[in-house]
Design a protein around this ligand. Sequence first.
Ligand code: PEP
Ligand code: MN
Length: 288
Amino acid sequence: MGVTAKKPYQLVSKENLKVYSTVKVGQAIFGGEEVQIIAGPCAVESREQILSSAAAVAIAGGKLLRGGAFKPRSSPYSFQGLAEKGLELLNEASKRYSLAVVTEIIDEYSLAAAKDAVDMVQIGARNMQNFNLLKLVGKSGKPVILKRGLSSTIEEWLLAAEYIMAEGNCQIVLCERGIRTFEPATRNTLDLSAVPIVKELTHLPVIVDPSHATGIRNLINPMSKAAIASGADGLLIEIHPNPEKALCDGAQSLNLSQYEQLIKELRPVANAVEKRLGKPGMTKLGGN
Ligand code: PEP
Ligand code: MN
């Protein structure tokens, strides 16, 4: 009869909402002309570490700082994060540098702890199909980064977003962070084609995480450029004042001067696709 089947994710689908939605977090708007760069360490480790990372983010014109306080590690013996202490340190960095903060939540407990302490929560790849958590974040109304699962199809990813939106939370930013393939040269395989596909299928903003996608510091620069060129609304990048000493994901973290250089190189790439990055020095530096 020539009737095309409706998508199983009606709320996030572009079938019903033809315009792109935007998600506002602090001073950052995802889905607009400005490419949002979220940067910070994999895990909050110390006051000095998070404050120096936050300074680098602010100076480069970034509006969002990331830092894990509750870490979902593959090994139970790996550093699990500073929990509430980590949230306190994020809060201090946020106030001092006028940055919005993003942290990962892994369960009901960490969501409750993070809800009033941060501006945006992250559901990690390992929890993309934790349906109970998706519903809780949906009910919380908190802006959320929803990472693509390690072995999830785009349809499964969008259905996960639908879970959140079905509870009334429309503030969802999708994040492509690489998927598992047979290729061992990189930690994951960055599926950049997911960016234009998702833009075709949904009205939600989509960002790319070249750190977890590749696992390799030297690949962050070229993959960040490619991500912006492919239409990504933002990037999520791991940085650390001393990556060699990082307790988590040091091999895929830029040091602070590499980060500064990266941002300089990304500006013309964003301009080439009629977008822009936040102006350096726009974020006012407070405190001492
Ligand atoms: C992270 O952002 O530090 C993280 C654990 O990411 P992912 O869920 O993509 O592995
Ligand atoms: Mn990490």
